[in-house]
Design a protein around this ligand. Structure first.
Ligand SMILES: [Zn+2]
Length: 473
């Protein structure tokens, strides 16, 4: 079965050019001018852009949190991603009871039968001991080439600085990349306790109890630990603070292999959104900051200091007592209402996996802040390279997986929860006017999105056995 996409303009991380693409089976077979192929399905892409399917390197699907669970699983989250042009996600395996391998197998049992797009795993290291140290070396055999550590969430997810140092050193010798969630857990705990004692329980205090300085300090601390661990490669997740861009620049200027990602929510919203009546919708960790922070993050995006746009997709219902209709069935999952009287009980997280590419196309490319090639670099190619999926993913070249988004630059969309396909009851970009939208999406040669029609199925997505990633600095 072959598909020939004709007359589109291919957009890669480095160039844009008009060409035809021949897909044979699951792969891109040929790229060239005036291609023909017997009995192929022809897609006329005149006036359209052809992008590699997006890679979202930071999602949380089917993740238990605060007596509930993130409302997108590996099927619904993959479907929402696909409608936004993304065909690969990397999810995080929590370190619960048992060995790392047992945890990974538990996550496979959830993801493998359900996934609707391709997926990989990062491993959280939130408990460290000799057995874990040994097991880190077997992660690459299980297709996992990145770890995540936390400097916050004391008593739950945080490792001590010494443990982080040990993990980084082991990761470096095992060929793994260390991801760090940078906030100051000690300060947060004190401020949260004080806020609750003073009766400050509304969502705004979520931001007030997680100060930006803690993030700036913890990101430099992580860089310094990585340096002392023999220049272990490091990746700063969800950059949200101006000072992090400075620390990332400082670390690189000093020769460290430090990379970073941000997420759309840190470009468009501020802590003031938490003051709204529906402020709980904006609760995520780390929180949104100020307009000055947004501006500095944009600068880091525009000058490519920040290499990756991810989402930290981890949706919850705003009002999980009211069902929504999803694929013809009523669904309600407890959500943000769990904390209506106390911000510390609001599940932390937002929908975003489907919003990422359409929103950034309009706000980044159409607005002239980044070029279409930078867009592809940040959303597709860089995450594939950093996380060991390139050139299978994130590339428009022969032998790459035929993951393709046909992008209509003229399509205008009045965006919101009615258009986005996340399994939740709200969208942060409600009422936004977007220009440029994916109109057809292929996963390994199979059409999964055709206009408004969903052609994907649970289990269509394959687990990606990742190899050692590249260091892009
Ligand atoms: Zn996350």
């Amino acid at each position: 079965m072959a598909t020939l996409i004709k007359n589109g303009i291919l957009i890669t991380a480095s160039e844009s050019f008009k060409a035809d693409i021949l897909i044979e089976g699951e792969k891109i077979k040929l790229i060239g001018q005036d291609l023909t192929y017997p009995n192929s399905e022809i897609v006329d892409a005149e006036g359209k852009y052809i992008l590699p399917g997006g890679v979202d390197a930071h999602v949380h699907l089917d993740l238990p949190m605060f007596n509930t669970i993130s409302s997108d699983d590996h099927y619904t989250g993959g479907k929402a991603a696909a409608f936004g042009g993304t065909t690969t996600v990397i999810d995080f395996v929590p370190q619960d009871e048992g060995t790392l391998e047992e945890n990974i197998n538990r996550w496979h049992a959830k993801a493998d039968p359900n996934a609707s797009i391709d997926f990989g795993f990062h491993m959280n290291i939130t408990r460290f001991n000799k057995e874990v140290a040994k097991e880190i070396f077997s992660l690459p055999d299980m297709g996992i080439t990145s770890l995540k550590v936390f400097t916050a969430y004391n008593g739950r997810l945080r490792l001590s600085d010494g443990e982080i140092f040990r993990v980084m050193r082991l990761a470096r010798s095992a060929g793994l990349l260390t991801l760090v969630h940078a906030e100051n857990g000690d300060v947060i705990d004190i401020l949260v306790e004080e806020a609750l004692q003073a009766g400050n329980k509304d969502p705004f205090f979520h931001a007030k109890t997680r100060p930006a300085w803690g993030t700036v300090e913890a990101s430099l601390r992580a860089a310094a630990l990585a340096a002392q661990a023999g220049d272990a490669p490091l990746y700063l997740v969800h950059m949200n603070t101006a000072g992090e861009v400075d620390q990332l620049t400082y670390a690189r200027d000093h020769g460290l292999n430090m990379m970073g990602e941000t997420c759309p929510q840190y470009l468009f919203f501020t802590e003031n959104d938490l003051r709204r009546e529906d402020g709980a919708k904006w609760i995520c960790s780390p929180p949104m900051r100020s307009e000055a922070d947004n501006e500095r993050i944009w600068e880091g995006v525009a000058n490519s200091t920040i290499q990756v746009m991810s989402t930290d997709h981890c949706p919850f219902f705003f009002d999980g007592t009211k069902p929504i209709e999803y694929e013809g069935k009523l669904v309600a999952i407890p959500g943000k209402e769990l904390g209506k009287d106390d911000f510390t009980k609001i599940p932390n997280g937002l929908p975003g996996v489907g919003d990422r590419m359409p929103v950034l196309w309009t706000e980044g490319v159409v607005s002239g802040r980044i070029t279409p090639n930078q867009f592809v670099a940040m959303h597709c190619t860089n995450p594939a390279r950093i996380f060991g999926l390139y050139p299978q993913k994130g590339a428009l070249i022969p032998d790459a997986d035929a993951d393709i988004a046909v992008w209509d630059p003229e399509k205008e969309v009045h965006y919101g929860v009615g258009v986005a396909q996340h399994r939740t009851d709200y969208n942060l970009y409600e009422g936004w006017h977007l220009k440029g939208f994916p109109v057809m999406v292929f996963l390994r040669g199979q059409k999964i999105v055709d206009g408004e029609n969903w052609l994907g199925k649970p289990g269509m997505g394959h687990y990606l056995h990742r190899h050692e990633g590249e260091i892009l600095v």
